[in-house]
Design a protein around this ligand. Structure first.
Ligand SMILES: Cc1cc2nc3c(=O)[nH]c(=O)nc-3n(C[C@H](O)[C@H](O)[C@H](O)COP(=O)(O)OP(=O)(O)OC[C@H]3O[C@@H](n4cnc5c(N)ncnc54)[C@H](O)[C@@H]3O)c2cc1C
Length: 586
């Protein structure tokens, strides 16, 4: 166990129940009870559906019957993939907390256990205990996947129930995973985002606003300087843990065979990588998806995507990512979260990818979908305002949010100039903030002229943002300006960052041809010298999404010339799988 991690000795605890852990303790066994206070009230029948005799008969072909006795624990949080269909007797589902447990529901004959984690083969989040003697049908993960892939009626019933159960657990804020943090700590925000985007239920306690947190810190023998602290499953205290440590503690990843050579490894689980994972797995390929952070990529940080086809009222990036993740898991793609690809070896096939934990995984083909990091402001709270005051695109969608307010555009290149001119069409005032002494060297002359001609664009040279203020929404910006670095405060709630994006290609080990800005060249974008330099030995030309190395593809924002949009990334990730098939058949 690392020095940062401590196991709690439960025997030395006093039994004083804390406010936050006692809320649900005395609920009685009503399957609908836990949903009553949640936004999912009324959806109890979908969350806990009753299987018909005909459906149970179909399920029996995929499981084995097991007699169970009152008090027997069938699963603990962290236990991996299998579901129980109750044939007789009953099973209670409880959420363990630090000192006690909350009853979530009771499964009676015809009802079944399980949630989205079961499909993914990762650790569950609840305890299942037999309440009355009886008999259950046990269905393991592999058979469950066969059912959801082949039986459309049961697939819809299971998938909807699993998703609703997880969402209900998250909204109930009831868990034995506790994050003790502060709104002023970047580490706290990172862990909140990590747990939330992985749809993991946790209790969030803030040292700044909740005096009881200090008592808890004392009880776990940790100091305020140690926060953020994660209490994992009520027994292990992790001080300022990395995402990898939290993922490992909570059993978020499958234990899988690193020696197996996959058909395809997809690196990056943004929209492009998730789409590639869904199409690869649904078409029968053995697919592994690796993700450094959390599935969803940049799109996951968008509060509302309004231009994605089929969602006329918009969809949050988080919801889109969560749906795509479940879809990929339904088809059997293995997704490892908090796993960074550190190094690509292109010299021999199968290709090998070295990971941050020292392991290597191998595959006959690789799809690179690692996207790009937009250059952010170097301020601790900047990421908090993504989509709620800080934007990376200036389209009609963002302009609508600003109305005719004053806005800031940061950057001295053409994209900043275009954004300033566009926003000046609807906003009262556009402040164009540039670090350098002028625009002549970085921006096209026609844009420089148009900016000079527009009365509601103010060019502020040698100016840099030094602080952002606001609660849920950005409300105030402080910048330093001019030769004497004077500090100015402005009540402005919209900042457009047009300072460029950095492709995530530094792990490629120089074996793939890149363009001058580090984006990956594919297909016809490859120059004649790129192929010999990468030792291209095939008679054929590279496929549209294929890089300078045969069988290695690039899709989405990381690809040179790609359209930096969700729909484009999804389209590229889906389409490239046909080319992967062609290469696998060579
Ligand atoms: C705040 C914001 C709002 C946006 N809003 C919209 C919008 O409304 N509409 C729209 O169409 N577009 C929008 N975009 C753009 C859109 O999100 C991107 O074009 C899209 O996400 C690109 O998808 P991608 O899969 O190619 O890359 P990304 O989304 O960048 O995903 C790449 C993934 O790869 C992972 N990764 C990187 N390196 C490694 C590694 N070495 N190992 C393993 N994993 C790695 C990253 O962690 C990331 O999850 C927005 C972007 C931002 C930042």
């Amino acid at each position: 166990m690392s020095a940062k991690a401590r196991r709690i000795d439960h025997s030395t605890r006093d039994n004083k129940p804390e406010r936050v852990y006692s809320a649900h303790m005395s609920q009685e066994a009503d399957p609908e009870a836990s949903t009553a206070a949640s936004p999912y009230a009324g959806r109890g029948a979908q969350m806990y559906p009753l299987l018909t005799a005909v459906q149970i008969a179909r399920l029996s072909m995929h499981g084995r019957k097991l007699g169970v006795k009152k008090g027997e624990v069938l699963a603990e949080p962290g236990d991996r993939g299998r579901i129980f269909v109750v044939l007789s007797g009953s099973i209670e589902v409880v959420q363990p907390k630090l000192n006690e447990e909350a009853l979530i529901t009771v499964h009676t004959p015809g009802r079944f256990s399980g949630d989205v984690g079961t499909l993914r083969g990762i650790g569950g989040v609840v305890r299942l205990r037999v309440r009355e003697d009886g008999e259950v049908l046990v269905i393991d993960e592999a058979h469950l996947r066969t059912i959801v892939q082949t039986d459309s009626e049961l697939s819809e019933l299971f998938m909807r129930a699993f998703i609703l159960r997880r969402v209900n657990l998250i909204t109930s804020q009831s868990s034995d995973v506790i994050l003790l943090g502060s709104t002023h700590s970047a580490g706290t925000l990172r862990l909140q985002q990590f747990l939330t985007r992985n749809t993991y239920p946790f209790v969030n306690l803030d040292v700044d606003s909740d005096p009881s947190v200090r008592d808890l810190l004392e009880r776990f023998h940790v100091k305020v300087e140690d926060i953020p602290v994660v209490v994992c499953r009520g027994s292990l205290v992790l001080k300022n843990p990395s995402n990898e440590e939290v993922a490992s503690c909570l059993g978020m990843n499958q234990q899988i065979d690193d020696d197996r050579v996959r058909d395809v490894i997809v690196v990056g689980a943004g929209p492009a990588g998730l789409a590639a994972g869904v199409y690869a797995a649904s078409e029968g390929l053995d697919a592994l998806v690796l993700e450094t952070g959390t599935p969803g990529g940049q799109a996951g940080s968008s509060s509302k995507i309004e231009n994605y086809l089929g969602f006329p009222t918009g969809i949050s990036g988080l919801a889109l990512a969560a749906r795509a993740l479940v879809q990929a898991q339904k088809f059997g793609a293995e997704i490892r979260t908090a796993y960074s690809a550190l190094r690509l070896s292109c010299d021999a096939r199968p290709y090998a990818i070295g990971m941050a934990n020292g392991h290597r995984v191998r595959a006959r083909t690789v799809v690179i979908a690692t996207g790009a990091d937009y250059r952010q402001l170097d301020l601790e709270n900047a990421s908090r305002f993504l989509g709620t005051g800080i934007y990376y695109a200036a389209t009609a969608t963002e302009a609508r949010r600003c109305g005719n307010a004053e806005v800031i555009v940061v950057g001295g290149g053409n994209s900043a100039g275009q954004a300033a001119v566009f926003l000046a069409g609807s906003c009262r005032m556009v402040h164009l903030l540039v670090r350098s002494d002028g625009l002549a060297e970085s921006m096209s002359q026609y844009l420089v002229r148009r900016i000079a001609d527009m009365p509601n664009i103010t060019l502020r040279l040698r100016t840099e943002i030094t602080a952002l203020e606001g609660q849920d929404q950005l409300t105030r910006v402080i910048w330093r300006t001019g030769p004497d670095n004077a500090s100015e405060t402005h009540d402005i709630g919209h900042v457009f960052l047009m300072t460029g994006a950095q492709p995530c290609t530094n792990w490629l080990n120089s074996c793939i041809a890149l363009n001058g800005k580090g984006f990956i060249r594919t297909g016809s974008d490859l120059r004649s010298e790129d192929l010999p330099a990468s030792k291209w030995i095939n008679a054929r030309q590279p496929e549209f999404f294929e890089t300078s190395v045969p069988g290695i593809f690039a899709v989405g924002d990381v690809r040179s010339g790609s359209v930096k949009r969700v729909a484009a990334a999804v389209g590229e990730g889906s389409a490239c799988i046909q080319q992967v098939h062609r290469v696998l058949n060579e």
